[in-house]
Design a protein around this ligand. Structure first.
Ligand SMILES: Cc1cc2nc3c(=O)[nH]c(=O)nc-3n(C[C@H](O)[C@H](O)[C@H](O)COP(=O)(O)OP(=O)(O)OC[C@H]3O[C@@H](n4cnc5c(N)ncnc54)[C@H](O)[C@@H]3O)c2cc1C
Length: 583
């Protein structure tokens, strides 16, 4: 088994892995960095191998890309409220890894594609990362490791009774792109299972490709997703709806995980008048999602179309949500797609049998059922040590974590009493089945408490993957450079308990793992940059508050970092060379 010793190994070449490699190399161009990627292309869902027709970004052009290279699309590209087809991100990332050259070696040449990491162990202070490439085992050794495998890499397939008797194709949304490029001369009967944006994309794409499409949304779940329109709120400084959501002002509309209360947020979250203001804002948004498809009066709609009306409460994010970018989406779905609001009882030979419903003849099933994230390359024992989700029953420290989380929970409710009364959801975070597993217990959702030689990037949900990837990259580089002053162990534990308790209360269907930050991304980014000592407020107080955080707002962070810390880093390097102090 071949083996190399490296300064940093990064697992995963999605936005997080690429960004981590780039910022670290910007600061340490001579260092030996390798990125290991299991896919045949870089980019995760944005990569060429997972791209599919109809995949449009949910972020606008100026919200996309990294701060050092502006993202753009060709002049003749179709663009809708600054929103664009995701394939342009593939091109951007491919160019990005070519154009970043350090010590005469492009970033691309540091990425090993088709390398699936299967096992990670640690011997003394060396990480050993093992995997397979071209059928041969390989390992890399490193003192520092960044795990950037994302939260959308491992398909979560539903357990469907009788699937071995089905006889047709059953695929996950990850393979939808490949499926759509297969030549198919005949229209097939295709069932799409799922309630969210990926299901909606698949349904639309399959109708356009001429298939007979059935959209199955399980009755026992939280119902169909809430879909918004990019043009909603495209006014004033906002080019589309997601831009409004990426402002600090909008973030104040939500109880904040990472922000300190001020007079305005105390008014919003602590008075009955504030409550009314918020109800007006969020109920208005819910109503827009209900109206968007004209679900009860659309001429020519097939029976069942009305079942697509969402009951998701956007304030609480009680279910799936997303942006419908295609102007003809509802006109395409309504007269062509058969919607079934049923659980699946079982599969039979080329049939989907619905519980309390019909049996549907079917050729193909597309499971748009999301992803799991179980870090299977770590052993169960490592997952406990590192603070990754694990069985509560297996953890000796569980009782003390429970005490911390109970204290934090009281603080959350004291600060935000409204969070004590969430709307009903199908599976609340404290339901026994979810409660068997711990949340992530990582400081800043990045760092294990007891091991500071490993960082987890992208193990977090937030509305803009680019911004999170870039800021996490800066934070971890600063950590490895000894610039971030970490709190003590107890303070870190309390902080983690707070974040997890907040997540559970704030996001009743999605907060169980402590890494869901739909309305908390701005606070999270400000916190990380603040801990590094870099400026996140760069446009003047009014624009910083009211305008969206776009890619170019982080321009110049490498320069700022180097100006501030070069002398310190060089001093430490000299000290190390002379054998003085630690490092
Ligand atoms: C269909 C879809 C649409 C989306 N649309 C948007 C959007 O419009 N805007 C937005 O901001 N976000 C969007 N997202 C969220 C998206 O996850 C983030 O934008 C971003 O991709 C996260 O980057 P990441 O690097 O953290 O994770 P990923 O991009 O998932 O990258 C992780 C990488 O790790 C690799 N990997 C996993 N396991 C291993 C292993 N064992 N060994 C080696 N490599 C491994 C994967 O192959 C992958 O390339 C979307 C996600 C999906 C699935």
């Amino acid at each position: 088994m071949a083996s190399e010793v490296l300064d940093i190994v990064i697992v995963g070449a999605g936005l997080s892995g690429i960004s981590a490699a780039r910022f670290y190399l910007d600061v340490h161009p001579e260092s030996n960095v390798v990125v290991l990627e299991k896919d045949t292309s870089i980019g995760g869902p944005w990569g060429k191998s997972r791209m599919y027709p109809g995949f449009w970004s949910q972020s606008g052009i100026r919200m996309s890309g990294f701060s050092d290279v502006p993202f753009s699309v060709p002049k003749d590209a179709e663009v809708c409220n600054d929103i664009y087809e995701a394939k342009y991100v593939s091109d951007y990332l491919e160019n990005y890894v070519d154009s970043h050259v350090y010590a005469e070696k492009p970033l691309r040449d540091r990425i090993r594609l088709d390398f699936a990491v299967g096992r990670i162990t640690k011997a003394l202070d060396i990480w050993i990362v093992e995997g397979e490439q071209d059928g041969a085992s390989r390992s890399f050794k490193t003192k520092r490791l960044i795990v950037a495998t994302g939260i959308t890499s491992e398909p979560k397939m539903p357990i469907l009774a009788g699937s071995s008797t089905f006889g047709g194709q059953i695929l996950h949304q990850n393979d939808y792109g490949t499926f759509m490029t297969q030549p198919s001369s005949i229209a097939q009967k295709v069932a799409v299972i799922g309630a969210g944006k990926s299901a909606a994309d698949a349904v639309y794409g399959l109708v356009k490709a001429g298939h007979e499409v059935h959209w199955i949304i399980r009755k026992s779940g939280d119902g169909p997703g809430a879909f918004t329109n990019p043009a909603d709120n495209a006014k004033g400084p906002f080019l589309n709806d997601p831009e409004l959501a990426a402002t600090r002002m909008f973030a104040t509309m939500s109880p904040g995980c990472f922000t300190q209360p001020n007079a305005w947020t105390r008014f919003l979250h602590g008075t009955s008048l504030g409550d009314k203001v918020l109800e007006g804002v969020f109920n208005g948004a819910d109503e827009k999602c209900k109206k968007i498809g004209n679900f009860h009066g659309r001429p020519g709609a097939l029976d069942g179309f009305e079942d697509l009306e969402s009951n998701v409460k956007l304030f609480w994010v009680t279910g799936q949500f997303g942006l419908i970018q295609r102007p003809d989406f509802w006109d395409t779905v309504a007269p062509n797609v058969r919607v079934h609001s049923h659980d699946i009882a079982r599969l039979e030979n080329h049939k989907v049998v619905l519980k309390d419903g019909p049996s549907l003849p079917m050729d193909v099933i597309v499971c748009a059922t999301g992803f799991r994230n179980d870090f299977s390359f770590f052993s169960a024992e490592q997952r406990i040590q590192l603070g990754l989700p694990h069985l509560r029953a297996d953890d000796e420290a569980e009782a003390s974590w429970r005490t911390l989380e109970a204290t934090a929970d009281k603080e959350v409710l004291q600060k935000y009493p409204k969070l004590a009364t969430p709307p009903p959801v199908s599976l609340a975070p404290d339901s026994p089945s979810l409660n068997r597993i711990t949340p992530n217990r990582l400081y800043n959702c990045i760092l294990p408490i007891t091991d500071h030689s490993i960082a987890f990037h992208g193990n977090i949900y937030g509305p803009n993957g680019f911004r999170i990837a870039e800021v996490q990259a800066i934070w971890t580089t600063a950590l490895f450079d000894g610039i971030v002053q970490l709190p003590g162990k107890q303070a870190m534990q309390q902080d983690i308990a707070w974040v997890n308790a907040f997540n559970r209360r704030r996001y009743p269907t999605k907060g169980a793992l402590g890494n869901f930050f739909h309305y908390d991304m701005m606070g999270y980014l400000d916190r990380l940059l603040g801990q590094v000592g870099l400026t996140s407020y760069r446009k003047g107080w009014w624009a910083d508050l009211m305008y969206p955080l776009i890619a170019s707002d982080l321009q110049g962070t490498t320069g700022e970092y180097l100006r501030k810390y070069r002398a310190k880093m060089e001093g430490e390097r000299t000290d190390r060379a002379l054998g003085v102090g630690g490092g």
